[in-house]
Design a protein. Sequence first.
Length: 55
Amino acid sequence: MNAAIRALTRKAIHEGFEVFGIERGYLGIIEEQIIPLSNRCMSSFKGNTNSGKRI
């Protein structure tokens, strides 16, 4: 799953889209923990989509 997220994010950025990540699932939405993603942050993306860790 992480490889798919990384690839999709990189492709979207390449196509000119702004891509954002949400920390901590639904709680992150409620607490507005929304961060912009970049190719640079995705190069080190190793997070677990269920762990609540920042990507």
